[in-house]
Write a protein that binds this ligand. Structure first.
Ligand code: NOJ
Length: 577
C-alpha cells in the first residue's frame, strides 16, 4: 500500500496544459504539432513550470478534437511521428519538465479497430468491448426506440442505432465516441497494456479523461432528471449510480501506475470533496488527485435546465464557499488540483476577472494569486500566462467545436427554442473554442503560431496580447506567473505547497482573503475581485513581523496598523513571522 501523505514531487509541481492543435505549428499546415511543442519547451522552462499535461496526441478522426482515439499507440499524423514524440519527451526531460499524457478510456473512437470489428456482427469477439442493448420498443411509425432515456453530453440521446446488427450502442459523448465496456476484463487488460506502453516509453503520468463515468448503473435504468427538449446530459446520473468505479480505479492503479514513479489526475465532473477523498485520499491507492468541477458551474443558471448553456453572473461568496470547502475538507486527507480554466472552459480573465484593457492583466494577476496561493497542485492552461481572452467569431460557421455546433443546431435550427443571437451570446460566454484559438506568440502574421492560415480563427487581439510583448515587459502578467511559480517551487515551498488553509471573512462579497499556516510562519493572501477601492482590516497584519512578498501594483501604501486600502483587482501576499 502506498502512503501519499508526505512530501511528493507531484505535490510540488506546477503543471502547464498544452492543447496541441493550437499551441505551435512547425510545418506550415496551420495545425499545431509536436515539433512545435518541442521548439517552445525553453519558453516553458523559463516560465518555471515542471510538468506538462498534454491533451491527446493519438491517432484520431478529430470528431472531438483528439478525445476520440482510433489508435492508442500511434501519433496523429497531423501532429507528427513517434520519433517527434520521443524527441519532445527527451528534450522536456533534459529541461527538467515531465510529461503527462491524456488517457481517454471511457470511450474510443468509432473508427478504432475494436469498434469496427464490434459493429460487424453480434458474435464478433470485440462485440463486448462496447455496450450494446436491444431497442426498448418501436414508436408510432415503427421505428426502433433507444434502450433507455439517457442524454449525451453533447446533446441528443446517448444511444445510436446500428442497423446491421439491430442493436444500439451507448455513447455518453458524441456518437463517434462509443463507451468502452469496463465490465469486460479483456477491455481492462487492453487498457492496462496501453498505460504500460506509454509508461515504459518514459512518460511521467496521466490525466484520466471522464474517468468517473466508466461504471454504468446496474441494469441501465432511465435517468429521472432527463427533460425532453432540454439539453439533458445523463453523466451526473451515471456518476451517482455507477457502483464499480473505485474497484476499477484500484485495479488500474495496482496493475500500472503503482509500479512506476508517476503522477495521476482524474477528471471528475459532478463530484464533491468526500467522494474526492475516496479517489485520492492519501491511503486509497487509486489516484493522486482529481479535477472537480464545482467552481465551473458558478456562472450557469440551474433554473433553466440547460446545464452549461445558460448564464448568470457568478457571486464571489459562492466561489469562496466552494473553494474554501475543498481546501479545508481535503487538508491532511487527500491532495487537490487547482485550476481556473482548460480546453473545455472559457478564458479566465473574461470569465472571472475583467478583459477590459485597463483591468485585464491586473485581474489576471489577482486570479493567479488566489489560485497559486492555495494548497494543491496548480495547473496553467496555455495562453493563461499572457492573459488571452474569450473570442467572438461572427457566425456559427466560424466555430469548430462539436459541442457548440450541436447546441446551436439543436436550439436554433432544429427546434427554434432560441434566437440566433441568444445562442451566439451563450457560445461567446461558454463555448469551448474560446480556449482553442491559437496561442498568441507575437504580433507577426498569424500571431507567430503558423506560417499558414490557422485551422481556427485567431483572436484579433493578438497584436496587443502576445507572448513576445509579455515576456519583454518586466511588469507583465507573464512575469507575475513566473514569480508565483518560483515562490511556490523554491522560496516558500513549506508554506505555499504544504501549509494548511484558513479561510477568512466568508461573507465578504468583494474580497477573497485567506491564510496559510505552516512551518515557516504564515501567509495572508488578499484579493479584490472588484473594480472599486475597498477598505479592509485583517488581524494578522497586527501580529509579528509583516513582509509584503508579492503584489500586482508597483507602489505600496504604508500599512496603518491592521487596515489597508485595496485598489481595483489588487492582490497581495504577506508573510507574517
Ligand atoms: C473531457 C475532455 O476534457 C473533453 O474535451 C472531451 O470532449 C470529453 N471529456 C470527452 O472525451
Amino acid at each position: 500500500m502506498a502512503n501519499n501523505s508526505g512530501k511528493k514531487w507531484w505535490k510540488e509541481a506546477v503543471v502547464y496544459q498544452i492543447w496541441p492543435r493550437s499551441f505551435q505549428d512547425s510545418n506550415g499546415d496551420g495545425v499545431g504539432d509536436i515539433p512545435g511543442i518541442t521548439s517552445r519547451l525553453p519558453y516553458l522552462a523559463d516560465l518555471g513550470i515542471n510538468v506538462i499535461w498534454l491533451s491527446p496526441v493519438f491517432a484520431s478522426p478529430n470528431d472531438d478534437m483528439g478525445y476520440d482515439i482510433s489508435d492508442y499507440r500511434a501519433i496523429m499524423p497531423e501532429f507528427g511521428t513517434m520519433e517527434d514524440f520521443d524527441q519532445m519527451l527527451e528534450t522536456a526531460h533534459s529541461l527538467g519538465i515531465k510529461i503527462l499524457m491524456d488517457l481517454v478510456v471511457n470511450h474510443s473512437s468509432d473508427e478504432h479497430e475494436w469498434f469496427e470489428q464490434a459493429r460487424s456482427s453480434r458474435d464478433n469477439k470485440y462485440r463486448d468491448y462496447y455496450i450494446w442493448r436491444d431497442s426498448s420498443g418501436v414508436d408510432a411509425e415503427g421505428k426502433p426506440l433507444p434502450p433507455n432515456n439517457w442524454g449525451s453530453e453533447f446533446g441528443g440521446p446517448a444511444w445510436e442505432y446500428d442497423e446491421t446488427t439491430d442493436q444500439w450502442y451507448l455513447h455518453m459523448f458524441s456518437r463517434k465516441q462509443p463507451d468502452l465496456n469496463w465490465e469486460n476484463p479483456a477491455v481492462r487488460q487492453e487498457i492496462f497494456e496501453i498505460v504500460r506502453f506509454w509508461l515504459d516509453k518514459g512518460v511521467d503520468g496521466f490525466r484520466l479523461d471522464a474517468i468517473n463515468i466508466i461504471s454504468k448503473p446496474e441494469g441501465l435504468p432511465d435517468d429521472p432528471s432527463v427533460v425532453p427538449g432540454k439539453h439533458s446530459s445523463s453523466i451526473p446520473f451515471v456518476i451517482a449510480k455507477g457502483t464499480k468505479v473505485h474497484e476499477w480505479m484500484h485495479e488500474l492503479n495496482m496493475e500500472t501506475f503503482d509500479k512506476y514513479d508517476c503522477m495521476t489526475v482524474g477528471e471528475m465532473s459532478a463530484t464533491g470533496p468526500e467522494e474526492a477523498v475516496r479517489f485520492s485520499g492519501f491511503d486509497t491507492d487509486e489516484l493522486h488527485m482529481i479535477f472537480h468541477f464545482e467552481h465551473m458551474g458558478l456562472d450557469s443558471d440551474p433554473a433553466t435546465g440547460m446545464g452549461k448553456w445558460s448564464y448568470k453572473p457568478y457571486q464571489l461568496t459562492e466561489m469562496k464557499e466552494i473553494l474554501n470547502t475543498w481546501q479545508t475538507k481535503l487538508d491532511g486527507r487527500a491532495w487537490g488540483s487547482l485550476y481556473w480554466n482548460n480546453h473545455d472552459q472559457p478564458r479566465l480573465v473574461s470569465r472571472f476577472g475583467s478583459d477590459a484593457p485597463e483591468y485585464r492583466e491586473l485581474s489576471g494577476k489577482m486570479l493567479a494569486t488566489v489560485l497559486h496561493g492555495m494548497q494543491g497542485t496548480p495547473y496553467i492552461y496555455q495562453g493563461e500566462e499572457i492573459g488571452m481572452t474569450n473570442v467572438q467569431f461572427p457566425a456559427i460557421s466560424d466555430y469548430k467545436d462539436l459541442d457548440s455546433i450541436n447546441f446551436y443546431t439543436d436550439m436554433v435550427e432544429d427546434h427554434q427554442t432560441m434566437s440566433p443571437d441568444e445562442a451566439m451570446s451563450l457560445i461567446y460566454a461558454k463555448g469551448r473554442d474560446n480556449a482553442r484559438t491559437p496561442v498568441q506568440w507575437s504580433a507577426e502574421e498569424n500571431a507567430g503560431f503558423s506560417s499558414a492560415t490557422p485551422w481556427i480563427g485567431l483572436n484579433p487581439n493578438y497584436r496587443q496580447i502576445n507572448a513576445a510583448e509579455a515576456t519583454g515587459r518586466a511588469d507583465s502578467l507573464w512575469h507575475y506567473y513566473q514569480k508565483l511559480i518560483s515562490l511556490r517551487r523554491d522560496e516558500l515551498q513549506d508554506l505555499l505547497v504544504y501549509g494548511s488553509f484558513l479561510p477568512l471573512d466568508a461573507e465578504d462579497a468583494q474580497v477573497y482573503a485567506y491564510e496559510r499556516h505552516g512551518e515557516g510562519g504564515k501567509l495572508l493572501v488578499l484579493a479584490n475581485f472588484t473594480d472599486q477601492e475597498l477598505e479592509r482590516s485583517y488581524q494578522a497584519l497586527g501580529q509579528g513581523q509583516v513582509e509584503l512578498l508579492l503584489s500586482n501594483y508597483a507602489d505600496q501604501e504604508e500599512l496603518a496598523d491592521q487596515g489597508l486600502t485595496l485598489r481595483p483587482y489588487e492582490a497581495r501576499i504577506y508573510k507574517i513571522s
